[in-house]
Design a protein around this ligand. Sequence first.
Ligand code: GLU
Length: 444
Amino acid sequence: MSVKVRFAPSPTGKLHVGNVRTALINWLFARAHGGQFVLRIDDTDLARSTAAFEQGIEDDLAWLGLIWDERHNQSKRFDRYEAAADRLKAAGRLYPCYETGDELDRRRKVQLSRGLPPIYDRAALELTEAEKAAYDAEGRKPHWRFRLEGKRVAWEDLARGHAEVDTASMSDPVLIREDGLFLYTLPSVVDDIDMGITHVIRGEDHVTNTGAQIEIFEALGAGVPGFAHTPLLVGADGQALSKRLGSLSISDMRDQGYEPIAITSHLGRIGTSDPLDVAGTVEALGAGFAFSKMGRSPARYDTADLDRLNAQALHAMSYEVAAPRLVALDCDLGEAFWSAVRQNLQKFADVIEMAAMVRGPITPIIEDTGFAEAALTVLPATIDETAWSVWTAAVKAATGAKGKGLFMPLRLILTGQAHGPDMATLVPMIGRERIVQRLKGEAA
Ligand code: GLU
C-alpha cells in the first residue's frame, strides 16, 4: 500500500506553528514512506474563506519546503458531497432537524439541570412526514444530522496507540447546516475516500471527530484509513498554546528572519526522542521521521530553542548557499568573510552589521584616547593573518593592558561593538587604512 496523506487547512486565517506542525508531520510521514502529500483547501465555508489566505497558505508551505504532490479545493467538489449526503439520507443515516439554536440551548440546560449529559435527544427522528411537510411549508429549512450507531469505535492510532471513542456519548453531528453549508465532517470523509487517503494525521483535538467520521466511512461503504492524532503544542511554560497560536504565524516568523529549516526542525523534533538539533534539509528530517519516536506528552514550543536552531542553521550554512542572499543584502564580501562571520549570526540579517565592521562605516568606541594612540604607534606595517597576535603583544607591552582589558577596548575601537567575529580573522579584512582611521576616532 503506498502512503497518501493530506493537509486540509481552512483559508480563513494565516498558517501558524500549530497547523504547520500538522502539515509538516503529514509531509514527513509521506517522505519517510515514499508516499504522496495532498494539499486540500478546506474552503466549504465560502463566506469566511478568502483567496488571499489561500495564497498565503501556499506561499508559507512552499517557503518551508513542504511541496505538495496534489492539490484540491473542497469548494469545487460540492456535487460529491451532495451525492454522499443523498446516499446517507436514503440509508436513513442523515435526518432532517428543525430545532432552532434557542430550542437546543433550552433542552441542553434542562438536561444539565437534571444531571444528564447534554446530548441531542433525537427528537427529530420522531417527526412524522406530515410534521416535516408542515415545517417545510412554513419555509423552515432543516439542518441535517448523522445518526450515530452509538457504539465503541476503536482504532490503532499511530501516535496514541489503541484509541476508542464511545459514540453513544456524543450528539449526532450536524453535517449540513440550515443554509445548506456542509460542515467539515462529511466533505473530509468524502475526499479522503475519493482521493485514496491512507492515513489521516492531525491534532489530538480531532479524536472525538474521528469516532463519528469512522462511522461515516463505514456508512458510505468505504475502507477506514489509518489515524494519527498528535499531541498539541504547549508553550515554554507548559500551558496550551492554542489561544496564543494566532500570534505565531509563519509569515510573521519569516519577517522576523527565521530560517525555514530551523522552523521545520523545531516543529518536527519537539515531543520526539530525537535530539533537538537542526537538520541539514527538510528531506533529511523526513528520512528520520517515525511515529514511534513521538511520545504522548505534549510538544514544547520554545522560542529559545527555535533561536538556538536558527543560529545552528546559519553556522552550518555553506558560502554557496549563503552567497545569493549576501548579494541580495549587498553584503557579499567573499567566502573568507562568510566563514569568519557565520558563527556569530543569530539571524541572517545580522550579516549587515558584520559587513559594516569590515568595510565601514562604523563609529569607533574609544574609552581611553591614550590607549588608542599607543595602539596606533605599535600597529604593524602589514596587516595579515598574524598581525593581530603581533599587534596585541605589542600593545600589551606598551600599555600594560592584558586579557579583557586589552582585547575589549581594541574590539570596541575597531568594530564599534562589544561582540563579534574573531578579531584575528577580522583585522586583515578591515585593512590597515580603516584601522588607522578608527584608532584616530574617525567614523570609517
Ligand atoms: N480543516 C480542518 C482543520 O483544520 C481539517 C481537519 C482534518 O485534518 O481532518 O481542523
